[in-house]
Design a protein around this ligand. Structure first.
Ligand SMILES: [Zn+2]
Length: 135
């Protein structure tokens, strides 16, 4: 059976991450609890990088959506340590337990086109930076 065609249109003005929104329109995002689980040696936290929406993790190496962009610390100019990546976790796909219909205008965690936010820290200077890449 052929899958019915689903028209897809992104209304960036409805995205809470959009630069077009006025500061007064920004509200706290929907809250999610994170369950931490140590990844056994030899295994990966994200076994399939193509499973969009379920690629959030702490530590290890960043799973870059685009080219690597490890930032340098603004103070000591050294490369920063990768802390976490936060996926567009409401991506509308069957494999994703937190999927939200992309046409519902209810997605809050959609960073560009299924992008990712990467968080870095310099432990010497106690500074952080983040990098966002669009999918
Ligand atoms: Zn530093």
């Amino acid at each position: 059976m052929k899958k019915p065609f689903k028209e897809f249109r992104i209304d960036w003005t409805d995205n809470v991450c959009s630069k077009n929104q006025s500061p007064s329109a920004k509200k706290p995002l929907r809250e999610y609890r994170i369950k931490f689980e140590k990844v056994p040696k030899g295994k990966k936290a994200v076994p399939d990088p193509d499973k969009l929406g379920i690629r959030s993790k702490l530590g290890g190496e960043p799973d870059w959506v685009q080219s690597p962009e490890i930032p340098e610390c603004s103070d000591c100019k050294q490369p920063m340590t990768f802390i976490a990546q936060i996926d567009s976790m409401e991506h509308d796909e069957k494999h994703n337990p937190h999927a939200i219909d992309c046409l519902s205008r209810q997605q809050q965690y959609m960073f560009g086109d299924v992008g990712m936010i990467y968080v870095f820290m310099c432990f010497s200077c106690m500074t952080t930076k983040s990098v966002v890449q669009c999918g």
